[in-house]
Design a protein around this ligand. Structure first.
Ligand code: THU
Length: 262
């Protein structure tokens, strides 16, 4: 009984966090915000929100957003997930793969059965420890970040940084999924992290990208579209390997005439 009450209490705390995070969702089309919170083994947590795209099928669901953030931050020690809305069957199947099962307390909470859940503490800060002041260091850092990629199917690890005006860097890596359509690229991973943490596009300074095994690496069309919807003028630095200097472009040069609503 005591245990049940404690779990209920914890669930209320997590639900409150989800409600707060939900206001950061980018849902100009459906106007239906959605969010999740991932609780980690030490009580730290990671938010994830729904990020809609004018090119609708590119919409990032909240769990995918949060999970890819967790991978990029090297924090896969998830012990519970709380949803603002019960997840779809594909997401539920993936939660099972992560050994997170539906709690008796409600369809919005999934938890590891074997561990006692910690009390939620502070969110994980979504930044690398290094601040980036000289831009040529960005691709080198992006190359290091690529080691965090989860790319067992393509074996094509990608790392990126979204540098902010103050030099802090949000890491992004590609995160592949057994259902390939639920794979997310490094660039959209970093973008989704920024939005989930309420970091406005106006303070994004530049993106750095390294496809470590491809010296011609460049953002895919879907990433160009999502970036263009938020910051068409964002500079993008692309790694060209150890022998060559990186190439600098801009989102709207990479996707001229991109589709936008309004
Ligand atoms: N990928 C990225 O992460 N960024 C890009 O710019 C190109 C593609 C990833 C997605 C997938 O995991 C793998 O590379 C092959 O498409």
């Amino acid at each position: 009984m005591i245990h049940e009450m404690a779990v209920t209490d914890l669930q209320e705390q997590l639900r409150k966090l989800v409600r707060d995070v939900k206001s950061r969702a980018y849902v100009p089309y459906s106007k239906r915000p959605e969010a999740v919170v991932l609780l980690l083994s030490d009580g730290a947590w990671i938010p994830g929100v729904r990020v809609e795209s004018a090119s609708f099928s590119l919409t990032i669901p909240p769990f995918q957003n949060a999970w890819t953030t967790a991978v990029a931050l090297n924090r896969r020690d998830i012990v519970a997930v709380v949803f603002s809305k019960p997840p779809d069957s594909g997401t539920r199947a993936f939660l099972e793969d992560l050994e997170l099962s539906l709690s008796a307390q409600g369809a919005d909470l999934f938890a590891k059965q074997s561990v006692a859940l910690p009390v939620p503490d502070a969110p994980v800060m979504p930044f690398l420890s290094e601040r980036l002041t000289v831009s040529h260091q960005g691709v080198l850092l992006a190359r290091e970040v690529a080691a965090r990629a989860l790319a067992p199917y393509s074996r094509f690890p990608v790392g990126c940084l979204l540098q902010l005006e103050d030099g802090r860097c949000i890491p992004g890596v590609n995160v592949e999924h057994p259902d390939w359509t639920r794979t997310l690229c490094a660039e959209r991973n970093a973008l989704g992290t920024a939005i989930s943490y309420g970091i406005a596009p106006s303070v994004w300074q530049a993106m750095f990208l390294s496809c470590v095994s491809d010296t011609r690496g460049t953002p895919c069309g879907a990433c160009r579209q999502l970036l263009a919807e938020h910051r068409p003028d964002l500079p993008v630095w692309m790694d060209r390997g150890l022998e060559n200097p990186p190439v600098l472009s801009r989102v709207d040069y990479l996707l001229p005439g991109f589709f936008m609503l309004q």
